[in-house]
Ligand binder design. Sequence first.
Ligand SMILES: Nc1nc2c(ncn2[C@@H]2O[C@H](COP(=O)(O)OP(=O)(O)OP(=O)(O)O)[C@@H](O)[C@H]2O)c(=O)[nH]1
Ligand SMILES: [Mg+2]
Length: 292
Amino acid sequence: MSDFRAGFVALLGPPNAGKSSLLNTLLGQKLAIVSSKPQTTRSRILGILPREGAQILFLDTPGKHKGDKKLNNALNAVVDQVSRDSEVALLLVDRVVGWTEIHQELAEALTKLRRPTIVVGTKSDIRRAAESAWPIPEAPSDWQQLAVSAKSEEGLEPLLQAIVEQLPPSPPLFGEDELTDRPMRWLCAEMIREALFDLLDQELPYSMAVEVLRYDESSKRAVKIGANLLVARDSQKRIVVGKGGSMIKKIGIRSRKAIEEWVGHQVHLELFVKVDPTWLKSPRRIEELGYH
Ligand SMILES: Nc1nc2c(ncn2[C@@H]2O[C@H](COP(=O)(O)OP(=O)(O)OP(=O)(O)O)[C@@H](O)[C@H]2O)c(=O)[nH]1
Ligand SMILES: [Mg+2]
């Protein structure tokens, strides 16, 4: 056991860099929700990967971004905290987009923290990505760079080896069968949020939150779940409910299927749309909803 290694590995980068997709692929299981819209992830998400002789504790983070709203502040605070708490950092660069101002900021912060950092070029399966300059010229020259694709799974094994080399000697920090520290209620809320990103127009999911109020496994037939979908305004409620309830029905079906797949059991899901103009403005409420 003495040469066992374990530690926290931060997944950092701007919105849409592919952090959550990479986490899911590395774990071989969906833990973090993914969408083509930026700023999908709102929380620090722990994903535990056992390896021969090592335990890698990935921390997915919200995309670092600019903006001065209360939610942006809370999300950027998560990024800063995870940067400080981790032993190794992965700085993800979407190879189609390249190095940005946000990468520069994150790189400077990581240098100050003296955090061992690996630059990870993502989405290498896309032709325009594969044709982009490599290694990324703007990244600090003493940092290792590795290209991966969460889709084709290329480059994952070398990345895992490089991470393990940087981990400190430590006994395992979590139990062997554990996947995450997030409770079931939170995972359900996230699955519902993913359906919102899939089905609703560009801006709306950003002003919405999901709160699972009931998670009841006492019935043999189905897990009973009740959740509130919070919107900021009446006009948004009308869109989420849809004509004759058509949209909320779609959201319900899509979320239920995702949750059933996850829990491996039949699910009875009840959704309520609730106007709550305050949640986006209250740091306490943002934390209560699990966005930390
Ligand atoms: N082709 C391709 N697309 C990818 C890959 N990885 C991620 N994507 C796509 O890129 C988009 C963003 O992926 P996410 O994993 O949600 O990105 P993220 O960095 O977690 O984004 P935020 O949570 O918003 O910060 C999604 O549409 C993904 O399907 C990849 O390896 N190849
Ligand atoms: Mg994400």
